[in-house]
Ligand binder design. Structure first.
Ligand SMILES: [Zn+2]
Length: 268
């Protein structure tokens, strides 16, 4: 399916996400939802990302590695050097400020490349760690974000037996039902997303969002990492700031963390 076709077919789901009825913004006429989903847990970047979101009255969507704060973490030294990652004191502080913090793997392995039983064990260990260490974490409203956006149907089903939503690579497909003729998205959600790297992704984001805003509507999830020199496919601080400054003025758009939609669908 081409991107354009996808966006068209997703139009029906703008209503499905409750953008018009759930009061996600001041206006009840939101047709576009955007989630900027930041991965890995770079301490300096994540505090700055949170601060930039706060400046525009937004909540950041932050996904962190359960064992990233341990000195033994060594999965991806080039892109995720352990010494620049934050710990659960940081994640609790950011969550306390209203940002969303969600699980992004136990030790950052590509789960499609290890034995399936070990992959499942890693997912469980990750989710258990979040329950024990992240205050206010609610498994019933969590989004598990696969490392490398790599998953298999078996691993997706396994994870969705424990949390209501997963984020992985590819197209966003919302399973819908019809209520009074209108499509209504339902849990569990398999959220597809897109990303760009290893260099700066500013131009890519600009292009994707502009194309999305020209479409009739839907939900676009972009996977980002750190700011400036941190992480794979970083976004520049200056660009993120000007982007959010502009996006909050777009009447048809709501910028929300992915878990916000899970909450709203769950509470219906
Ligand atoms: Zn990652």
């Amino acid at each position: 399916m081409k991107r354009r076709d996808f966006i068209k077919s997703s139009v029906a789901f703008a209503g499905a996400l409750g953008l018009r009825s759930a009061g996600l913004g001041a206006s009840d006429e939101k047709t576009h939802a955007l989630s900027l989903s930041f991965d890995d847990g770079f301490k300096k970047s994540f505090y700055r990302i949170a601060e930039i979101h706060e400046n525009y009255g937004l909540r950041a969507c932050l996904n962190v590695i359960a064992t990233g704060h341990l000195k033994s973490f060594n999965a991806e030294p080039q892109w995720i050097p352990q010494n620049i990652l934050g710990d659960f004191d940081d994640w609790n502080a950011l969550k306390g400020r209203g940002h969303e913090v969600m699980p992004h793997t136990w030790e950052h392995l590509n789960l499609t490349k290890i034995p399936v039983e070990k992959a499942k064990e890693n997912i469980e260990k990750c989710l258990n760690y979040f329950e024990e260490n992240l205050s206010g974490y609610e498994p019933e409203e969590a989004v598990y974000n696969f490392a490398y956006n790599a998953s298999t149907p078996e691993l997706e089903d396994f994870t969705l037996s424990k949390v209501p939503a997963i984020r992985t690579g590819g197209w966003l497909v919302l399973k819908g039902t019809k209520v009074n003729g209108f499509p209504v998205a339902k849990l569990p959600l398999r959220l597809g997303c897109w990303g760009h790297g290893p260099g700066f992704c500013d131009d890519y984001i600009e292009q994707e969002i502009n194309e999305f805003l020209k479409s009739e509507g839907g939900w676009l999830i972009l996977n980002l990492h750190g700011l400036d020199e941190e992480g794979w496919g970083p976004v520049s601080t200056a660009y993120l700031d000007t982007l959010l400054k502009r996006l909050v003025t777009v009447d048809s758009l709501t910028v929300q963390p992915t878990g916000e939609f899970v909450k709203r669908l769950r509470r219906r």
